[in-house]
Design a protein around this ligand. Structure first.
Ligand code: A3P
Length: 293
């Protein structure tokens, strides 16, 4: 199997590859159930972390269930349509669990309308753009279903210009932030907060979901979602994915799991130029990020 990396193209104003648009007719027609929970993120913001946390909250009492299926099956990626695997929509439609946990990287304007009509709960996780860009770069190096990343310098320029799969980070995080202001069914979380105090954020999450965890369950969830636990867990570390697709020798899927790792990747001038561009692009929003904690 010789995988050819896809090219980016414009899809309704958002840079995309065919792996996320080929099944879009079915994505748009997708029929959500009122108790579906949508986990929405810009790629590499902590999607797998949040997916596993929700899976643990709802289904963790039964460890065999979680130990028998990788998180990317338990929490299907709605818009994916790639060679040799079931589409995200098919996976979701085959689910028998309740609630169904569903992952998406779509910007808010492309989310199928039935999620809004059904008033589904949505958890959005955002991550500061410098760490997000670094994580995305290493992911694109190891994931052959992503466009060629090139070198770091050129990747960073394209990140700033929004030439990334799922488009620009800026309208993605801002668009979801604006929607959250009028939709109380959206919980907007930050990777940095999750990292700073996972227990506190788990509490916010449970309150939003209307779930009450016993002390024992809370401790169990916290243990399960720790970076090291997820790295060692074959159901969350993507070790079952064909290495010709995800080459973990190039970079592990769960790479560092840190805040401010960007300092090891950005040069001083790259950081200064990025900050200037960031200030300009974030002028029109109340949304703020912490580049370190
Ligand atoms: P790094 O590349 O900086 O390590 P996504 O799941 O959206 O693809 O996000 C991937 C990023 O989330 C990776 O960041 C990964 O290591 C990090 N991550 C995954 N699980 C984590 C956890 N339990 N704790 C902290 N970070 C985690």
């Amino acid at each position: 199997m010789e995988l050819v990396r896809p090219e980016l193209f414009d899809f309704r104003g958002v840079a995309m590859t065919n792996y996320f648009t080929d099944n879009f007719d079915n994505v748009e027609k997708f029929s959500a159930k009122p108790d579906d929970i949508l986990i929405a993120t810009y790629p590499k913001a902590g999607t797998t972390w949040m997916s596993h946390m929700l899976d643990q909250i709802y289904f963790g009492e039964n460890p065999e269930t979680l130990a028998s299926e990788p998180v990317f099956h338990r929490v299907p990626f709605m818009e994916i349509c790639a060679p040799g695997i079931m589409t995200g929509v098919e996976l979701i439609e085959n689910m028998t669990s309740s609630p169904r946990l569903i992952k998406t990287h779509l910007p808010v304007q492309l989310v199928p309308k039935s999620f809004w009509e059904q008033n589904c709960r949505v958890i959005y996780v955002a991550r500061n753009p410098k760490d997000n860009a670094v994580s995305y770069y290493h992911f694109d190096r190891m994931n052959k279903l992503q466009p060629e990343p090139g070198n770091w310098e050129s990747f960073l320029e394209r990140f700033k210009q929004g030439q990334m799969v799922f488009g620009s980070w800026y309208p993605h995080v801002k668009g979801w932030w604006e929607r959250k202001q009028t939709n109380p069914r959206i919980l907007y979380l930050f990777y940095e907060d999750l990292k700073e105090d996972t227990d506190r954020e788990l509490g916010r999450l449970c309150e939003f979901l209307g779930v009450s965890l016993s002390e024992e369950s809370r401790q169990r969830v916290l243990r399960a979602v720790g970076f090291q636990s997820m790295r060692e867990n074959n159901m969350t570390n993507s070790s079952s994915v064909d290495p010709r697709v995800l080459d973990q020798k190039i970079s592990p899927f769960l790479r560092k799991g840190m805040v401010a790792d960007w300092k090891n990747q950005f040069s001083v001038s790259q950081s200064e130029e990025f900050d200037e561009d960031y200030q300009r692009k974030m002028k029109d929003t109340t949304l703020t990020f912490r580049m370190e904690i």
